[in-house]
Design a protein around this ligand. Structure first.
Ligand SMILES: C[S@@+](CC[C@H](N)C(=O)[O-])C[C@H]1O[C@@H](n2cnc3c(N)ncnc32)[C@H](O)[C@@H]1O
Length: 285
């Protein structure tokens, strides 16, 4: 795994680089899904994946770049934990007028992180995915692009803001990505039905309502539909003290076998209740 980026990291911060390499070796030795996950992380951390040309990922990146500049007015219903006035679905009296450009640039994951989601879907080939927090559909498109590559699987993505959900549906249609359904409504209202629809769940991405209790509740709900070997990703795990606590509880949950702490994102692989746990953390150099 010698490439220019790795070589540079080794020069800039040899101690951190060697710590990371040690962790990746530990993952390789464990075998099974841990070995696979280590392979994905090694590829992603070394930026090697950037040399790959996937036209759909380039299209998503371009569309996001254009959307970041968009002056399209949006009556934003903010359901996130950042807004104390949690708005009930459809109550536009508390909506704030803003632009699509501001929303996309502040709230959606840039290309680098999206690439990780794509690599995970391509590697683990989940048949079912749930996403909490569609926004304008960029991470959704990346997950759906992974399913398209696999030619298998379906994705349900949940979004509270109807205008954003509509924009996401249009973006997904423009990108010709199917295998995905965007459902509008509060997570608390839509998650149970979506989980019922997907039945057994193999992959989940929680990227909305970054509140300690809410995150733990969504995680528990999702877990009830997971077999050992499912992947659950929680975003913004260092965003607040509450989110740090939520992540600590998630990664040590008795149904978790492996946890990866990437500071901004946390990934877990589910296991048999009470089984052995392996925890890893990586610092982005
Ligand atoms: C951080 S953004 C998602 C970004 C998206 N995953 C991406 O990277 O492209 C979080 C989204 O979750 C939605 N959201 C937050 N809390 C919610 C809730 N309780 N119910 C429904 N939607 C919610 C917000 O409206 C927002 O669009």
């Amino acid at each position: 795994m010698i490439n220019i980026y790795n070589w540079l990291c080794n020069r800039v911060n040899p101690a951190l680089f060697s710590f990371q390499q040690g962790q990746l070796r530990r993952m390789q030795k464990s075998g099974g899904m841990e070995l696979q996950l280590g392979g994905v992380l090694a590829k992603w951390l070394s930026r090697a994946a950037y040399t790959e040309r996937s036209s759909i990922l380039v299209q998503i990146k371009e569309l996001r770049r254009e959307s970041c500049k968009s002056q399209q007015k949006i009556n934003r219903l903010d359901f996130g934990a950042g807004n104390r006035n949690l708005v009930r679905d459809g109550d536009f009296s508390k909506a704030n007028e803003t632009t699509l450009g501001k929303i996309v640039s502040r709230e959606t994951k840039p290309d680098f992180w999206a690439k990780l989601l794509y690599l995970l879907v391509v590697e683990f080939k989940p048949e079912t995915i749930i996403e909490l927090g569609t926004n304008a559909g960029f991470s959704t498109a990346t997950l759906a692009a992974g399913l398209k590559y696999n030619q298998n699987g379906s994705l349900i993505s949940l979004e509270g803001d109807p205008s954003l959900a509509e924009i996401a549906r249009k973006n997904l249609a423009d990108l010709r990505l199917d295998r995905v359904e965007v459902i509008t409504g509060l997570f608390s209202d839509t998650l149970p039905g979506a989980l019922q629809k997907l039945k057994s769940l193999q992959f989940a991405y929680i990227d909305g309502h970054h509140d300690e209790l809410a995150t733990e509740t969504y995680f528990e709900q999702i877990l009830t539909h997971c077999e050992p070997g499912s992947i659950i990703i929680a975003d913004d795990i260092s965003w607040s003290d509450g989110m740090k606590r939520a992540w600590s509880k998630i990664k040590t949950h008795r149904q978790v076998a492996v946890s990866i702490d990437l500071k901004s994102i946390g990934i877990v692989i589910t296991g048999k209740p009470g089984g052995k746990q392996n925890h890893y953390s990586f610092f982005l150099i």
